[in-house]
Design a binder for this molecule. Sequence first.
Ligand SMILES: [Zn+2]
Length: 530
Amino acid sequence: MLMNPIRLPFLCTLILGLSVAQGQTLQHLDSTAVRWAETITAEDLSNHLYILAADSMEGRETGKTGQRKAADYIAAQFQAMGLEPVNGSHFQEVPLKVSQLKGGLLDIAGNKMMFKDDFVPYPGIEVADVAAEAVFVGYGIQEGDWNDYAGLDVNGKVVVYMTGEPGSEEKGFVLSGTDEKSRWSRDPSVKRQLADSLGAKGVLIVSDEFATLRSRLVPWLSRERMRLDVDRKGEGTDLPTLLVSEDVLLRVTGWKSMKDVRKKWPKGKLKGTDLGKLELNLARIDDKVKAANVWGLLPGSDSTLSDEIVVLTSHYDHVGVDKEGLIYNGADDDGSGTVSLLENAQAWTAAAAAGNGPRRSVLFMAFVGEEKGLLGSEWYSDHPAFPLEKHVCDLNMDMVGRVDEAHADNDRYIYLIGSDKLSSELHDISEAVNAEHVGIDLDYTFNAPDDPNRFYYRSDHYNFAKHGIPVIFYFSGVHEDYHGPGDTPDKILYPKMSEIGRLVFLTSWEVANRDTKLVVDRVNDFPSDR
Ligand SMILES: [Zn+2]
């Protein structure tokens, strides 16, 4: 499970409503399925986990020796069970790089600004190298009668604009005519996109919340960050953008105060909006890293359905070793999901060997790079082994072995997240499987669209969901050892985990064997904003 990422106050989440799902019966769950489900045992889970979460795996940090050891172990298990390699291998190489911002330069008309004190890069902006004229464009808004760009040619220039919009809550905003802010205030990408479309080479956002933003961003700026080693150009606007303090604008222009600027700008009384020559540079150092997802395929037995893929996933990486040398074993995160994946693979391959194989194909995948930002699953969904539209669903297990505070009195529960967001049929199957064959509590607390933890976005299933592939995220909640050195295999509840493993197995059994592919009937209902 990924740490909750930094979120700026202006990045808003969408709210969606839930409607009631329709009833659905199980078509293919019989005593045969249950018999194979019962081969998922607490003992086998424990045997695997004491190996995967051993100190010798060194916390399985992506790019490190321990992670590669874990990958080899999982691949060897897949091979021994008889899962087929995919594209000739049990490994899907994931090209990664570790990059670090080494500093920044901003010079406006000979005024050298201080990196971090006066300016910080806009979130997501990695590199920038711009030399151009800078021009002040007020609020940077163009809508209806309001046009901050009127009479200004910003093509090939760096535009400098203030956050917010004309008007105030008390007196009403000009654009809306009410006390409601417009999208120009609410969504920071709107102004940037406009600047981009007008041919600007860069953007300086004069932020009235610079001090707050700065204090939140600075701790992250110089940190090493791992990412996919791919060219991100062309995705959204990658226009070089900085956040600067109001003081920067006042220093360069000699203007009296921002209050004065906001008063004079709408009346066209602000003189000297050409700010002079601007140079901006962000320098970054990259190191390439090699790592791999581990995968194995159980081909479907029905030639008319076997091109459809049911996916079971976990992530096998964790956060490694800290500066003091303490090993973060990641038994729950996500050793628990990974051994549950192994046991699901074991149950499925044994069933197949006995002639009870799935009609559709089942793909088992242990992802790398999850703790670095869901990187392995992002790579997979960008480079899928099968066409994305053939992926029936992803059942993702991440932290399924412990108990959280809310369930201290009953450990037989699991949080389900996402099950109803894309396919009401998947949700209904999941409910029916549990009601008829497992009988644990299915807790939907974290499935709420306004869940402040945002768990829906914080594990690998999200990279399937964002492509419209139905998902269920199985999760037993956070605990005091979350991302700590105390997440060890002796604290795992193996019988509980075996029940969750069986729930996943039986759900995959039903989905893999149904006559028709899961319907995706709620594709417009889920928020794509992460
Ligand atoms: Zn985690």
